[in-house]
Design a protein around this ligand. Structure first.
Ligand SMILES: Cc1ncc(COP(=O)(O)O)c(C=O)c1O
Length: 394
């Protein structure tokens, strides 16, 4: 069975359930290529695990530190897939990757501390830092579209005596880039020089295109990675955003203790729902073959979308190495990102995420982000609308 046929996108259900700028929130007729959330139903293995669990009839408390099976399967999965040496007892299931970022920030940052946040980057880095009462300091990570790289050369200039942490989004949202071992080593050497922690978000690490390769920061060796606090989530690879499930993990037992303390799991005020942990276990244990098919589908979508966009004059786009996001340069249109997004919605019934401060940082002004995790047909129609919208501009 092909899970990623056009006919498997169920718009009836999506219009009821897909929020966060997506089908359930846009006006009838609008195609949302917006939040990073797939238009396909999750893997049948996950659906079946949830059904079996529901049939058991009990929804009792879980262990405070999460289900052992979650932690064991997670540890084995990241060891096999990414070479990460994380023992199960240092994995903390939480109710989303976003929560994991907030817990890490709260555990290790205090008012007066600074965290270096790449601009552009997912707003959760900035927001988790702010929620901890600390100060985000932007590093303007300029993009080289031609070589599909970002400029890290001035990163050290963002460090001050108050810097405590650097946020690393690997792969990077919205650039869709992975980092090389040399780049990770460059970042790590700065962190070693100034004794900084790293918030390492790998939520996108399964969505890697065949012409790219993912290197985890853990490839630099276990000793050097004791300053790394990592995040994973199940929203991107497995389409489980509404189950709010992710985890924080580290290789340092002392740091793990601090994570637990600031996660509120011991008081039962925090933690991941049992059914969400069960779904994540089925995702990791049984659903990677499905995810590999998903990446094959996304590769076709990416290639078609980049070709389609490269024929639209005044737009500039490149082939992302990772993520199902396209970062599109609209500066030649002479319009602000938010105005352009609003114009597309009104004029051609297409919703995209505008660059700018709110979602990715000031450096992303003049860009829009397009999510391609949909059917080939919807994507083609969405990008056709984009072309028509641009042709109608003066
Ligand atoms: C880089 C990054 N981190 C974290 C998240 C949040 O994931 P979750 O749904 O697990 O909170 C996202 C979602 O887009 C993301 O792109």
């Amino acid at each position: 069975m092909n899970y990623f046929d056009d006919s498997n996108v169920n718009l009836g259900v999506l219009k009821e359930r897909a929020f966060n700028y997506r089908w359930a929130e846009v006006d009838e007729g609008v195609i949302p290529l917006t939040a990073a959330d797939p238009d396909y139903p999750c893997a049948p293995q996950i659906q079946n695990a949830i059904i079996d669990y529901v049939r058991g009839g009990y929804f009792s408390y879980t262990p405070k530190l999460g289900l052992d099976e979650f932690k064991e399967v997670f540890s084995a999965t990241v060891r096999e897939r990414k070479g990460e040496p994380v023992p199960p007892e240092l994995v903390l299931p939480l109710d989303s990757a976003a929560r994991a970022m907030y817990v890490i920030a709260k555990a290790f940052l205090k008012p007066g501390d600074e965290m270096v946040v790449f601009d552009p980057c997912d707003y959760l880095f900035r927001e988790s830092c702010l929620a901890a009462g600390a100060t985000p300091v932007s590093y303007q990570a300029e993009l080289d579209m031609r070589h599909r790289t970002m400029d890290l050369s001035r990163l050290e200039d963002a460090i001050t005596p108050r810097t405590r942490m650097i946020g690393l989004c690997n792969p990077h949202n919205p650039y869709g880039l992975t980092y090389t071992k040399e780049e990770l080593d460059f970042i790590m050497r700065i962190c070693e020089k100034y004794d900084l922690l790293i918030m390492n978000d790998e939520i996108w690490s399964d969505i890697i295109y065949p012409d790219a390769c993912f290197k985890s920061i853990y490839c630099l060796g276990e000793d050097r990675c004791r300053r790394v606090l990592s995040v994973f989530g199940f929203s991107k690879t497995f389409g489980l955003a509404g189950l709010r499930i992710g985890c924080a993990y580290t290789t340092d037992p002392d740091k793990f203790e601090l994570l637990v303390k600031h996660s509120d799991v011991m008081s039962t005020a925090g933690g991941a729902a049992s059914i969400s942990q069960v779904a994540a276990i089925a995702a990791m244990r049984d659903s990677y073959p499905w995810a590999e098919e998903f990446v094959r589908h996304l590769t076709e979508n990416r290639n078609c979308a980049v070709d389609q966009l490269s024929h639209i004059s005044r737009l500039h786009v490149y082939r992302p190495k990772a993520t199902y996001l396209l970062y599109v340069d609209i500066r030649d249109l002479g319009m602000a990102s938010a105005d352009f997004a609003e114009y597309l919605k009104k004029e051609v019934n297409l919703a995209v995420i505008p660059g700018g401060h709110q979602f990715f940082g000031d450096m992303s002004e003049g860009y829009v982000r397009i999510c391609i995790a949909t059917s080939a047909a919807i994507l083609h129609e969405g990008l056709n609308r984009l072309r028509v919208g641009i042709e109608r501009l003066p």
